[in-house]
Design a protein around this ligand. Structure first.
Ligand code: C5P
Length: 224
């Protein structure tokens, strides 16, 4: 039997990636954290495409997109992101990457460049992709679609704890500003904006634990 294609979209820090990872393990699916791909390109741009003012030069980045090779490799049962052969899984969580990623992600050139990678992995089924436009643009025919949201206070708390656990210094106000800013850019951009697909199931997990959110999603995926 063909395994399903599951799309999980939603706002920043609603737990999309960690929830998708656990569901993938439970159901024997491959999981792709598509946000990591946009972060990977942003990291490349910060390393290689800065102008004299220290800002990302977009034309330079577009000209070099073909030099970027992003690949997920399994290490200790985790899928780890490599950029041109180098493990960048920690670097992509840095504050400078978080501050710039939404500006990079609203560029059509960047989105086009990542579209095939995402569709290719899903073409034989058996995948769960999490992101912002999976149910609307990348995999509009996905078998199951979910859209996660939660209050900004709760999302700030979660991201702050995650960054602390990674040893990245920050404060809660800065985290909240970054989340609000990213959500605004992601929702208002012209290309593939963050939006709930009309056929996606909406889950507000402000008052739900990760376990409860996972159980709710699994309860909808009943024909496996
Ligand atoms: O999921 P995460 O917070 O790591 O995503 C980082 C950023 O990548 C988002 O704020 C958004 O700008 C961009 N993104 C996107 N489309 C996706 C996944 C992420 O535009 N499918």
């Amino acid at each position: 039997m063909r395994k399903p294609v599951i799309a999980i979209d939603g706002y920043s820090s609603t737990g999309k990636s960690s929830i998708s990872k656990i569901i993938a393990q439970e159901l024997g699916l491959v999981h792709m954290d598509t946000g990591a791909l946009y972060r990977g390109i942003t990291y490349f741009a910060l390393q290689n495409c800065l102008n004299n003012e220290g800002e990302i030069n977009l034309s330079q980045l577009f000209a070099r997109l073909n030099e970027i090779h992003l690949e997920f490799k399994p290490i200790d049962q985790e899928l780890v992101l490599f950029l041109n052969g180098i493990n960048i899984s920690n670097e992509i969580r840095r504050n400078d990457v978080a501050a710039n990623v939404s500006l990079i992600a609203c560029q059509k050139e960047v989105r086009d460049c990542l579209l095939e990678t995402q569709r290719e992995i899903a073409k034989n089924g058996g995948v769960i992709l999490d992101g912002r436009d999976i149910g609307t643009v990348v995999l509009p025919k996905a078998d199951y679609k979910f859209f996660l949201t939660a209050s900004i206070e709760e999302r700030t708390r979660r991201r702050f704890l995650e960054l602390q656990s990674l040893g990245i210094e920050t404060d809660e106000n800065a985290v909240m500003r970054n989340l609000i800013n990213r959500d605004k850019i992601d929702s208002e951009r012209e290309v593939a904006p963050l939006r709930k697909a009309s056929d996606a199931i909406l889950i507000d997990n402000t008052h739900l634990s990760k376990k409860e959110t996972i159980a709710l999603i699994l309860s909808q995926i009943d024909d496996i």
